[in-house]
Design a protein around this ligand. Structure first.
Ligand code: BGP
Length: 464
């Protein structure tokens, strides 16, 4: 393979609530993730003293980060995407002053990355917010939360301005439509009008964070983060094609607001047709004008869309309600594997926005089985990542500006959707199971050495 550009960033991505553990240490408050012990679609269960959730310890990254970062450095990472747990900085969300111990922890984490020349990319809110803001203020449904978020964002920008130059606002901001508690702190049965109003507040907050970051760290770049939910028409019937356009717009809408600074006409029509009235002030409209510098997105799978009621009744039903593509294989979790779709998506986003793109999540969740000697020969993971990276290279050749690639879960971690540890993504195996048994010891899988070669050769070791 032709090598990737020299400036291309290589690495991995994790999220605080899926790796850190230490859920109440150093003054951390309870987050929406802490009260969802079974994952982002799970029931809310308020914490009682003595009960244990898998995320309470997760993979104990909070204490083991120096060793884990050394392993990432051994693979040659030039970038690590992490998130800050908002609750470590503002435990309930509405305090006036930040928690110094939380800030000090991230200082140490960023220093450790600097020691290894790894560029941090930091998500401000990755699938969590202070539970206090949900319980006492109504989550993002309440406009007041914009102010709390802006305070948090300004606090971390000011504190880490010399250490972090790449920021992301909200992880998979379009996920709120499917998991309202995780995205915007609203109950699962909230109606569309409530969800879109909360999303509006979050979009305004995201834009205010972009503005604040530009003011406080002039040499930083801020991106949005979308779940790249590319959909194909199930057939070439024009009605299927139109329906697919509408479905893709359900998530592209977020990118349109964050990249173009205003609501697109098709969304205003959707609101009219569905009797949704968004409370949007002139100052909101003004705030939205602060658009992102680059677009980041996750990419795991694609799906199909049909306008035919009967087809839908039969085939839909999974979380993102997609119809399976008859031409694609799937992972053990039913996520359909589509490397070419990544090239399509990169081209589509580039054509639409002409802003640099960063793939900040991509990977294969699988049930790894260590051999008798403890080695994990994860050829399936190698082949998944190889095939996706080949398509990234093709997209660069197509003229798309791709800044980098951080695969999801370079070390095994707790899954977001079901809070499982048996759904492993890592190059590094972690000895812990779904019940929390295990030593938490780390070991290198076969893919560890494979990724190391890919990075060292800037992608020329990839196989077509
Ligand atoms: C994305 C999230 C991540 C991550 C990933 C894989 O939606 O941003 O937090 O976990 O999906 O999903 P899962 O962990 O459910 O396999």
């Amino acid at each position: 393979m032709k090598a990737f550009p020299e400036t291309f960033l290589w690495g991995g991505a994790v999220a605080a609530n899926q790796v850190e553990g230490a859920w109440l240490e150093d003054g951390k408050g309870i987050s929406t993730s802490d009260v969802q012990p079974h994952g982002v679609f799970g029931e809310i269960s308020e914490r009682k003293s003595g009960d244990m959730g898998i995320k309470d310890v997760a993979i104990d990254f909070y204490h083991r980060y120096p060793d884990d970062i050394a392993l990432f450095a051994e693979m040659g990472f030039s970038c690590l995407r992490v998130s800050i747990a908002w609750t470590r900085i503002f435990p309930n969300g509405d305090e006036q002053q930040p928690n110094e111990a939380g800030l000090a922890y991230y200082d140490k984490l960023f220093d450790e990355l600097a020691k290894h020349n790894i560029t941090p990319m930091v998500t401000l809110s990755h699938y969590e917010m202070p539970w206090g803001l949900v319980k006492n203020h109504g989550g993002w449904g309440n406009r007041e939360v914009i102010t709390f978020f802006e305070r948090y964002a300004r606090t971390v920008f000011t504190r880490f301005k010399n250490k972090v130059k790449l920021w992301l606002t909200f992880n998979e901001i379009n996920m709120s439509l499917h998991a309202p508690m995780t995205g915007v702190g609203l109950a699962g049965n909230s109606i569309k009008a409530e969800i879109y109003q909360a999303i509006h507040h979050q979009l305004v907050a995201s834009a205010l964070a972009v503005k604040a970051c530009h003011e406080l760290i002039p040499d930083a770049k801020v991106g949005n983060m979308l779940l790249g939910g590319l959909m194909y028409p199930l057939t070439c019937k024009p009605t299927d094609v139109l329906e697919t356009l509408q479905e893709n717009r359900q998530w592209l809408f977020f990118g349109d607001v964050q990249c173009r600074g205003e609501y697109p006409g098709y969304m205003l029509r959707y609101f009219r047709d569905n009797n949704i009235e968004i409370d949007m002030s002139d100052s909101d409209r003004q705030a939205l004008k602060s658009t992102v510098d680059f677009i980041s997105f996750s990419y795991y799978m694609t799906g199909c869309v049909s306008a035919d009621e009967e087809v839908n009744a039969k085939a839909r039903g999974n979380i993102l309600s997609m119809i399976p593509n008859p031409h694609l294989p799937a992972s053990e979790w039913g996520w359909q594997i589509d490397p070419v779709g990544l090239r399509v998506l990169l081209n589509m986003l580039w054509d639409r926005y002409q802003k640099p793109l960063f793939i900040v999540e991509n990977g294969l969740g699988a049930k790894d089985k260590p051999d008798a000697d403890g080695t994990v020969n994860d050829d399936y993971r190698i082949s998944y990542l190889n095939d996706h990276l080949v398509q990234v290279r093709e997209a660069i050749e197509d003229g798309v500006n791709v800044l980098g690639y951080t695969c999801w879960g370079p070390i095994d971690l707790v899954s977001a959707s079901k809070a499982e540890l048996s759904k492993r993504y890592g190059f590094i195996y972690v000895d812990r199971d779904d019940q929390g048994n295990g030593t938490l010891a780390r070991s290198r899988k076969k893919s560890f050495y494979w990724y190391k070669d890919v990075i060292a050769s800037r992608g020329s070791s990839l196989k077509r």
